[in-house]
Design a protein around this ligand. Structure first.
Ligand code: UFG
Length: 324
């Protein structure tokens, strides 16, 4: 049985991936300091270590205790807006801590890693759908921190033979169909959970950040991708890593939905009235982000299986009883 080390396994995408790994018979070791993750999302079948990746000795202890076969690295700060106010914590937490992890991996001769990257590495799109050769010019320090790690992984592949796949997520959303996992960021800033919190009565209204964009209805368009489709991609990437060696892939649905359209779908799915107010644009929001995922399809054999309705239905199952 293969031992998979999952950093950030108590987070949103991490916890969903852990569940699928365990269901497939992998053995999972989680490192998470619970600064953003949540105890509720930790699968009891996994081994759990509560510490931060800034502690290299503790990482070493884990590698001494288990013969790790693969690392899947989710642990990171993700708030793009926050990164503009305090870039230092993003570079320390995301970049420096990844360097620590990689140092231990090289020391212990574990040379396989799947890395959580983001569409934010591209910045303002020059064209859509965005493919992997689109220029990478992040417009926030969060995206920059992820781009720095992608570049580090490339140089480590070249110099040390470290194998890696970076997965660039578009808008992760939805929840596990079983109802035991879902999205619970603190504080919540993402569109779909915020709309559903209005539907379940825990918030008063949803603010639409700008309705004067150059899109069909003036609101921003995003490519929403189900969290379990993302989780599936990690397993495929892991299984193909030996053959691939080093690469990066966009993960999205290649379909765009405007903020207004998402609110409409949430109304349809929940049957609830959702109070809306138009607000100012949010700084740094591109008008339209849509993935071209054909490379992931051709190379990994990955395709999204769930659409926006499935995303909202599963997320509603999670939020209906106010899990967040
Ligand atoms: N939005 C609103 N009102 C809200 C929240 C969001 O109108 O209360 C809008 C945003 O302006 C944006 C869209 O809904 O147009 C989606 O916003 P999210 O905050 O849900 O997601 P983002 O597209 O801003 O960010 C996501 C990930 C980031 C990642 C980025 C990559 O959450 O981690 O995609 O492009 F960096």
């Amino acid at each position: 049985m293969k031992n998979i080390l999952v950093t950030g396994g108590a987070g949103y995408i991490g916890s969903h991936t852990v569940k699928i790994l365990l269901d497939k018979g992998y053995s999972v070791i989680i490192i998470d300091n619970l600064s953003k993750g949540n105890k509720k999302l930790i699968d009891p079948r996994a081994k759990f270590y509560n510490f931060s990746l800034d502690d290299k000795n503790k990482i070493l202890e884990v590698f001494d205790s288990f013969q790790i076969d693969f690392v899947i690295h989710f642990a990171a700060f993700i708030e793009a807006g926050e990164s503009m106010k305090d870039p230092q914590i993003f570079f320390k937490n995301n970049v420096v801590n990844t360097i620590n992890l990689l140092e231990v991996m090289l020391e212990k001769d574990v040379k396989k890693i799947i890395f959580s990257s983001t569409a934010a590495v591209y910045g303002e799109p020059e064209y859509v759908p965005i493919n992997e050769i689109h220029p990478r010019k992040p417009t926030n320090y969060y995206g920059l921190s992820k781009l720095m790690i992608e570049n580090i992984l490339e140089s480590y592949n070249h110099a040390y033979g470290l194998k890696s796949i970076s997965l660039r997520y578009f808008n992760a959303s939805g929840a596990d169909e079983g109802g035991s996992l879902g999205e619970m960021h603190m504080p919540e800033t993402h569109l779909i959970p915020l709309i559903l919190k209005v539907a379940n009565g825990s918030r008063d209204k949803i603010y639409i950040f700008g309705d004067d964009y150059d899109t069909e209805d003036g609101t921003c368009v995003r490519d929403y991708i189900h969290v379990n489709d993302l989780a599936d991609a990690h397993i495929l990437a892991m299984e193909k890593l030996d053959e691939i060696g080093f690469d990066f892939f966009n993960l999205g649905n290649s379909q765009g939905f405007s903020v207004k359209k998402v609110i409409y779908i949430c109304k349809e799915v929940t049957g609830k009235n959702i109070k809306v107010e138009i607000a100012k644009r949010r700084e740094g929001d591109p008008a339209r982000l849509i993935a071209d995922y054909s490379k992931a399809k051709n190379v990994l054999g990955w395709e999204p299986k769930r659409d926006i309705y499935e995303i909202v239905k599963t997320a509603w199952k999670w939020h209906e009883n106010e899990n967040s």
